[in-house]
Design a protein around this ligand. Sequence first.
Ligand SMILES: NC(=O)c1ccc[n+]([C@@H]2O[C@H](COP(=O)([O-])OP(=O)(O)OC[C@H]3O[C@@H](n4cnc5c(N)ncnc54)[C@H](O)[C@@H]3O)[C@@H](O)[C@H]2O)c1
Length: 395
Amino acid sequence: MVQKVTVIGQGYVGLPLAIAIAESGISVIGVDINPKRIETLNAGISPIEDLPDSILKKVINSGLYKATIDFEEAASTDVILVCVPTPLTSEHTPDLDFLTQAIKGFSKYIKEDSLIIIESTIEPGTTRNIIKPLIDEDVRKTKYHLAFSPERIDPKNTNWSVTNTPKLVSGLTKEACNLATEFYSKFVNNVIACESLEVAETAKLLENSFRLVNISFINEISIFCQKLGIDVNTVISAAATKPYGFMPFYPSIGVGGHCIPVDPIYLANKARQVGAPTRFIDLADQINQEMPGYFVGRAEEKLGGLKAKKVLVVGVSYKPNVADVRETPVEALISGLKKKGAQVLWHDDLVKEWNSEKSVILSNDFDLAIIATPHDYLDLKKLGNVPILNTRGSI
Ligand SMILES: NC(=O)c1ccc[n+]([C@@H]2O[C@H](COP(=O)([O-])OP(=O)(O)OC[C@H]3O[C@@H](n4cnc5c(N)ncnc54)[C@H](O)[C@@H]3O)[C@@H](O)[C@H]2O)c1
């Protein structure tokens, strides 16, 4: 019987998960190494767009949620969920430092029969071959259960939440898989057991690699449509009338965030180790990285050179309506424009401050405005008759 849960990592994944568990009536401790975040959370101030302060305050006031930096609190809980970042190193390879530090943070406090579930995205074999041995260094006689369940949260998606998004689970043993299924079934509508840890680990990488490949493909098609002088979005709408065998993806300046540009590299890394080719991923990654440069070229063409031109970049987060700038392709766009001699300013009322610069207001005082990330709140009329380059279309 699960009475108390610890969620390690209170970010885009761990916080909504912790709150969904608390809302189901289970007591939750949110652990994070960032003291400022802990302070904000305990004050009932939500750091992420999807979670209103009112819901956070409600679970705090009902005694079902509290945040702490103290890993020892995990010692009193039945389930420990790990939701820490799994980014890339500067050499573009998997960086497991946050994950291994988190495991080391709580493993000495594991109590008898507790269930440990990894939610961070990892390559196949990590739970079995890296995480289990790490836990075992600190756990001598205590029996514990180890599971992996990939998180699928899509920030700002109002249709799909923690509760109604189907959840994959897997366990080191059948018993661990059953316990994880039983646990998630308390607050997730549809829980699907996978036959091994490696199946669930790979499924998550497949989902996000599928997105990278298809987004890069549509971006190539968008470049093709631009050369033809036709609007790629009307081509996609026409193709999407086919009731089967087609799934629309839409053009952009490239993918960003903590998942789509990162997870396929985890898959490619593992594929290299086992001698399997991942040419689709490698090419999609390359196309994705070239997209900002393509739009620098389009801006240059539009203005007949960028030297001393005043360019406004509109929207700098990695996708519309979020303030997350991790891996945003807009960073490469801005540095590419600057390299060509442009004076670049940016506007984004969700991000406000970024790379020691502040968002400027939308006005007509520019030679060109590049719509990089079209947030819903934007009122482009404020740009007056400034020429616009839209990265979400081909004309
Ligand atoms: N962001 C998404 O949309 C998304 C979706 C699905 C899966 N994921 C995966 O979930 C994992 C977490 O991603 P995120 O977006 O929530 O990251 P995040 O950066 O928003 O949050 C991670 C939190 O973990 C904390 N942290 C770091 N190291 C820690 C440690 N050793 N102990 C305790 N806390 C620690 C950080 O301070 C931060 O608050 C990643 O593996 C990611 O690939 C993310």
